[in-house]
Write a protein that binds this ligand. Structure first.
Ligand code: IFM
Length: 433
């Protein structure tokens, strides 16, 4: 049941991941209102909770980084808050720059390699108010933000991902309506599905102009299987795959959107979207894979998208997500069929649990998933793995009700307590020395 680092290739990177809005505490340091503050205020989150204080990482990052370094991790995957750096979407906040200077210096002092993400969902509300990702101007503001990040921090970070999980920032937020801004509008959602990928492309250009470090994107994958061989169930599966998984990787790697999804989305997409595909598919240096779960789907009568998720009776996490480690292997094989020799990183993997400090269930989750990663890394260019998450944090629409951390956070006192899973990682990783 132990982590065996010698099962992984030499120089394999082990890290822990977080995201700015989920941990920093947005009330500090002159950050602007984000689309999530706005969404929370309007009842979009559990008990209207928001990221105003979160884990107060803004003031406590040194202790958090000490825990990570002491746990034997090599790298920290973090994100730059857009609304901290550009509170109104347009003007730079020097306090924001100074904060990330301190944070990156503190990582480097501890020999933690900084793996950065530009957009992990904290869009300034001023830009949300003009349509967010449905408005092409916002894409240009995003390019300016990435340019500043790459210019100021570019040579001190290990790599920069433009966008984290574009499916969540587009479909989940504008069609399913679970994430900010909470819309359920196919016309708006279709525009965001394209514009978020254009933002990736524009972000790539802006970053390339300012840094020589690797630049890429982080996608989430939820592979499906069909409930039966019937045409209807197979179609449900094809649509699920096209919208959730293939849309983003196919655009970034091949400059094409999958036909099954395009058929539905195209009537609503921005005019002349085809002209953007070269920008969207400009070469990247790495691909990040976020993986949590897989699904069985069947046809559902009624409204589009006519997909019902059916239980396979597998064990579930506290998110209700079924646990199928082998599906991570299928994702790696499928991603590599698009990316070839490009370095791949498992940029997020982990589980929400109610088990508290003695989180044996989380240890089994990590063990079963890292075994799959180790096996795949013998055949595919998988270069690293990041635990989601370093510590309990603001789980978006579910507020603080779900705990993904390997470190427990008491939100009343901000006391951090490493869980058994933290010690499991530490025992495995420190063997390497
Ligand atoms: O907490 C999120 C993270 O921000 C993005 N990926 C999935 C995690 C768990 O839901």
């Amino acid at each position: 049941m132990l982590l065996e680092p010698r099962d992984f290739p030499e120089n394999f990177v082990f890290g822990a991941a977080t995201a700015a809005y989920q941990i920093e505490g947005h009330q500090a340091g002159g950050a602007g209102e984000t689309i999530w503050d706005h969404f929370a205020k309007n009842g979009g989150t559990f008990e209207a909770q928001d990221g105003a204080l979160a884990c107060d990482h803004y003031h406590r990052f040194e202790g958090d980084l000490d825990l990570m370094a002491d746990g034997g991790f090599d790298a920290y995957r973090f994100s730059f808050s857009w609304a901290r750096l550009f509170p109104d979407g347009k003007n730079l906040n020097p306090e924001g720059l100074a904060f990330y200077d301190r944070l990156i210096d503190a990582m480097l002092e501890r020999k933690l390699r900084p793996f950065a993400t530009a957009y992990h969902w904290d869009m300034p509300q001023t830009l949300g108010a003009i349509g967010g990702w449905a408005n092409r101007d916002v894409v240009n503001h995003f390019g300016d933000f990435v340019g500043v990040v790459a210019k100021h921090f570019g040579e001190r970070i290990e790599s920069l991902a433009t966008i984290n999980e574009p499916w969540c920032a587009s479909w989940l937020s504008h069609f399913i309506g679970e994430h900010a801004p909470g819309l359920q509008d196919i016309a708006v959602a279709s525009k965001t599905m394209h514009n978020i990928m254009l933002a990736h492309g524009v972000g790539m250009e802006a970053a390339r102009a300012e840094t020589t470090k690797p630049v890429g994107i982080v996608l989430n994958f939820t592979p499906g299987e069909a409930a039966s061989d019937s045409d209807e169930d197979q179609q449900a599966l094809a649509l699920h795959e096209a919208i959730s998984n293939e849309w983003f990787i196919s655009a970034a790697m091949r400059g094409e959107y999958p036909a099954a999804a395009l058929k539905v989305l195209e009537p609503h997409m921005p005019k002349n979207w085809q002209n953007d595909m070269d920008v969207i598919s400009a070469p990247i240096d790495f691909m990040g894979i976020n993986f949590y779960t897989s699904l069985k789907v069947k046809h559902q009568e009624g409204d589009f998208p006519n997909i019902e998720v059916v239980s396979r009776g597998l064990e579930t996490t506290d998110m209700g997500w079924e646990i199928e480690p082998a599906a991570l292997g299928r994702v790696i094989v499928s991603v590599a069929s698009y990316t070839g020799e490009l370095p791949l990183y498992i940029t997020e993997n982990g589980m929400a649990a109610v088990s508290g400090i003695n989180d044996m269930d989380r240890i089994s989750y990590f063990k079963s998933h890292t075994d799959v990663v180790a096996a795949c890394a013998r055949q595919y260019p998988v270069k690293g793995y990041f635990v989601w998450s370093l510590m309990d944090n603001f789980e978006w629409a579910l507020g603080y009700s779900k705990r993904f951390g390997i470190i427990h956070v008491d939100y009343d006192t901000q006391v951090r307590t490493p869980k058994d899973s933290y010690h499991w990682w530490k025992t495995g990783l420190t063997k390497r020395a």
